[in-house]
Design a binder for this molecule. Sequence first.
Ligand SMILES: Nc1ncnc2c1ncn2[C@@H]1O[C@H](COP(=O)(O)OP(=O)(O)OP(=O)(O)O)[C@@H](O)[C@H]1O
Length: 285
Amino acid sequence: MTEPLIDVRNMEISFAHGFVKAVRGVSFQLGREKLGIVGESGSGKSTVGRAIMRLLPPTAKVTADRMTFKGTDILAASEKQMMDIRGKQIGLILQDPKYSLNPVMRVGEQIAETYRLHYPKAGKKAAEKKVLEMLEAVKIRDPQRVFRLYPHEVSGGMGQRIMIAMMLIAEPEVLIADEPTSALDVTVRLDVLALLDELIARRNLGLIFISHDLNLIRKFCDRVLIMYAGRVVEVLKASELDNAQHPYTQGLLASLPSIENPPARLPTLTRDPSWLTQPTIGVPS
Ligand SMILES: Nc1ncnc2c1ncn2[C@@H]1O[C@H](COP(=O)(O)OP(=O)(O)OP(=O)(O)O)[C@@H](O)[C@H]1O
């Protein structure tokens, strides 16, 4: 088997002053595929994504038997190595571009600055040309005009395309998208997802897609990790979700609203303490 892009084994994360561990015994490998991480609020999805980028605050204590990006030990890497991995090799797309873009800098200049950070030898003109190409690649009409806009002048959907352009311009091999479309309207959301899908396939990237929306993950991803209380309780192909074994996964599926057969009442999920200790379903032992 070829080396995975990301290999995580037995990751544990706790925060100073936290009562319980935020992440417990999480293991997974990412290849050139779309891997969804789904779970309710507080289940630890975002914490896993940030730990891989080593972006957690100093109050977080992260341990793992193995945590590598293309063989590089993320926990042992120097800050200089991490600066190279972050952005250039692993891109992070967050929910709301408003908080990720600098409000007082034109969007084109921000993307160009990102490019030159990763490719310091690139001249100003070459960087601008690359930005315009990238804006076109994310299907922004009239890239010349958009280049000169400030973040407050762009809509949510356009902002997310700009973020995608900014993350892809350094040509990373992995993208971590944390609720990338949650702030968007349904139709814009579908457009942005279709765009992401196309870019990931064309560039043969690995994607970690973090979301609480099982319906979305099911349509968009190849494989799904189901997280509950800091643990991965089940791993399965998205196409096999209907055959999920874990009662939590089954509960999540049963609570999805259906237009065809709307239930009189949505079921409530009964949680079993044994879920906190059982081995992950779907992982060959
Ligand atoms: N900086 C922090 N300091 C202390 N505790 C934290 C911090 N960040 C996360 N946590 C805790 O870690 C646990 C997991 O949080 P995390 O944000 O990863 O969950 P999540 O599944 O991504 O939820 P959401 O969908 O709401 O973002 C929670 O109990 C949370 O309170």
